[in-house]
Design a protein around this ligand. Structure first.
Ligand code: GDP
Length: 694
């Protein structure tokens, strides 16, 4: 077996709020690691985008949709880098990237600071316990305020940031940093900042550097006894400080903060050093899998290439060569021609071709080993599938997949496109489980569903560009829910006893709001008034009643049933009779519980030049929005608000036209909340009309 130096591998993601600069940063990283020889700017005039934004659509819109992976060598380390999308509508890509990463870099704009998507990403990093570094970018901008951003990281994001650097020069004059570990000034010289030069700290920065180094040591010493001891013994050195920072980063008790300007080629190489110095190698992060043969018993995976193989498919892409599946190999190895077992569909597949990806190009390899990320060709599978060597049966925990919030009924312009359409959407669904498409047998419509307007717009454009399929869409429909607001007692007997074996079931109890969004079944049956086998039939039937409410046939939430009495017949009672009893009772009593409709409410945050603040607040208020917080910092205003999802369609255009295209906004799901009565009536009326049409 080949001797792999797994300690010299880093699997790192780059995440951020949209526009913080992660595509630009990744481009610089590729350049310094000699992966590319010319840098491209995002939205450059010659029509060439950066290497990592591969889809044509991404280039046009200047945003990153699907995460691209690449790998570089830095010093003698191998770093796999995943560029993750920043827009919330593509959150599933971020989730899937984070669950397979060992470490991450969170890019934050020095001007806009902590933004909504920063919160979302931080939560995800926490969910998967990923240690990370922060890179505060755009220090070349005159409005940059790195120290304020560090404060926001602490106060708004609730992390424990420690600055490892302080800046040299402000705005346009930003030229480098003082490294607080080595206590040297580092400047980036040459045409592309490729020459990294160390200098002694200039006199005028000495006091500030000492102040921030003390701060760094204080923060880290709280979590490192070794550092505290060395400090008191007076033998503190660079190595001891670095070791303590590593320990704290791995246990996530501090977040090291780097400074730079990707655009102006400043600070990127030091961040790369940070990735290898402070982010974990594959042996330093515990990975759990579940043994499917032993009732999902937990095992800790060892990243040992000599053990049986366990790998996770975390991304799927289709291109002209067929399906490309990205695999994180956790244990064992994968070899060209080897057989792997898919633990979801229980099929064994043969691996025809293994590659390492570099944005859109690839390099053929013969084997991949534990700890690494590779891509395989010609393997039919879905995102999230676990592959093992034959005779081993394991799985990982499921990723969090948000439910669709928006639906469109669609019609193909040309009916001969039907087959191709089916192929395209099944491909999209395998790549992105938050995108759904199905045929609604009741309305006889084809539906596509997703997380928001932009999310679905992207797929419509892909249908057109990649498949030449044009479709017509209905106006959007919202994923409503229904919830009861009142308590009702019930007593119901289902009886059919004329001729042959009859049916008999009597049920008594109460339907009441559960107090939260959960549905609950409770039984307080005494003296065997209903035998237990019939009680479980009642439970099953109750939950199936909640699939569709009567108002707009949406799922019912927040409802509790307490079954406390009833009756049965020795011969005529059966589980089926009790199921029917519950169904009929629920139909009879549902309206008495005063059900109402709930709609999805979104968090909406906007960053805009202050002169447009008034316009933006007006638009939010005109669309049933609720302003929560307005923060004015010099010329920039940050507006935090909530707004019903139904009011967000087309709002992009309104914000753009009222801010000369300068407002940046971000939407993310917050909660379900009751629709105002008049609107609820309207929604019900429209639903009934539509129902009569089909
Ligand atoms: P992403 O959405 O996070 O991938 O961000 P991009 O890399 O696409 O950058 C968004 C915009 O910010 C682009 O116009 C970049 O040219 C610009 N940008 C990125 N990094 C910097 C930086 O360090 N300084 C300045 N001034 N602009 C930057």
């Amino acid at each position: 077996m080949k001797n792999i130096n797994i300690e010299k591998i880093r699997n790192t993601g780059i995440c951020a709020h949209i526009d913080a600069g992660k595509t630009t940063l990744t481009e610089r990283i590729l350049f310094y690691a000699n992966r590319i020889h010319k840098m491209q700017e995002v939205k450059s005039k010659d029509g060439n985008g950066p290497v990592m934004d591969s889809m044509e659509l991404e280039r046009e819109r200047g945003i990153t949709i699907s995460s691209a992976t690449t790998n570089i060598e830095w010093k003698d380390y191998k770093i796999n880098i995943i560029d993750t999308p920043g827009h919330i509508d593509f959150t599933i890509e971020v989730e899937n990237a984070l669950r397979i990463l060992d470490g991450a870099v969170l890019v934050i704009c020095a001007v806009n600071g902590v933004q909504t998507q920063t919160f979302t990403v931080e939560k995800q990093l926490e969910r998967y316990e990923v240690p990370y570094l922060v890179f505060i970018n755009k220090l070349d901008r005159s409005e940059a305020k790195p120290f304020e951003v560090v404060k926001q990281l602490e106060e708004e994001l609730g992390t424990n940031p420690v600055l490892l650097q302080i800046p040299i020069g402000k705005g346009e004059n930003f030229s480098g940093v003082i490294d607080l570990v080595s206590m040297k000034m580092i400047l980036f010289e040459g045409n592309f900042g490729e020459i990294v030069v160390k200098y002694e700290i200039p006199e005028e920065y000495k006091k500030e550097a000492k102040f921030y180094q003390d701060k760094l040591i204080d923060s880290v010493a709280l979590h490192s006894e070794e550092l505290t001891e060395s400090y008191f013994e007076g033998n503190l050195n660079e190595e001891i400080i670095s070791k303590a920072i590593l320990k704290c980063t791995l246990e996530r008790s501090v977040v090291p903060v780097y400074l730079g300007s990707a655009y102006k080629n400043t600070g990127v190489q030091l961040l790369l050093n940070g990735i290898i110095e402070y982010l974990p190698n594959p042996t330093e992060k515990e990975v759990i899998a579940y043994n499917l043969e032993k009732d999902k018993e937990k095992i800790v995976i060892e990243p040992n290439p000599n053990l049986p193989t366990i790998a996770l498919a975390f991304k799927i892409q289709n291109n002209e060569y067929g399906q490309l599946t990205y695999l994180r190999i956790y244990q064992g190895m994968i070899e060209k021609g080897c057989k792997l077992y898919n633990n979801r569909d229980k099929k064994t597949i043969k691996v025809p071709k293994i590659v390492k990806m570099h944005a859109t190009s690839m390099e053929k390899i013969e084997q991949g080993y534990a700890g690494d990320i590779v891509a395989v060709f010609g393997v039919d599978c879905a995102i999230g599938d676990t592959f093992t060597s034959e005779g081993n049966y394991f799985t990982f925990r499921d990723s969090y997949i948000p439910e669709p919030l928006v639906f469109y009924a669609i019609k193909l312009n040309k009916s001969e496109d039907e087959k191709q359409f089916a192929g395209a959407v099944s491909r999209f669904m395998r790549e992105d489980p938050t995108f759904k498409s199905y045929f609604d047998a009741e309305t006889k419509e084809t539906i596509i569903a997703g997380l928001g307007e932009l999310h679905l717009d992207i797929y419509l454009e892909r249908l057109l560009r990649e498949y030449g399929i044009k479709i017509e869409m209905s106006s959007p429909r919202i994923a409503y829910k229904e919830k009861i607001t009142a308590t009702t007692s019930f007593s119901y007997t289902h009886k059919k006893q004329s001729g042959g074996r009859g049916q008999f079931a009597k049920i008594c109890g109460e339907i009441t709001p559960s107090g939260n969004d959960e549905n609950v079944f409770e039984e307080e049956i005494k003296d065997g008034a209903i035998p237990s086998e019939f009680i479980s039939a009642c439970e099953k039937s109750f939950f199936s009643c909640l699939d569709k409410g009567e108002l707009v046939e949406s799922p019912i939430i927040g409802t509790k049933i307490i079954l406390n009495d009833g009756g049965f017949h020795e011969v005529d009672s059966s589980p089926r009779a009790f199921e029917i009893a519950i169904k009929k009772m629920f139909k009879k009593y549902y309206q008495k519980c005063k059900p109402s409709i709930l709609e999805p409410i979104m968090n909406l945050s906007i960053v805009s030049p202050s002169e447009f603040r008034g316009n933006i607040i007006t638009i939010i208020r005109q669309n049933r929005g609720d302003i929560k917080k307005v923060k004015v910092e010099d010329k920039i205003s940050k507006i935090e608000s909530t707004i019903p999802l139904s009011e967000t369609f087309g709002i992009t255009k309104k914000f753009r036209s009222s801010s000369q295209g300068k407002a940046e906004f971000n939407l993310s799901f917050k909660e379900y909340s009751f629709l105002p009565k008049n609107l609820a009536m309207e929604v019900i009326k429209k639903f009934q009309q539509k129902k009569e049409e089909y």
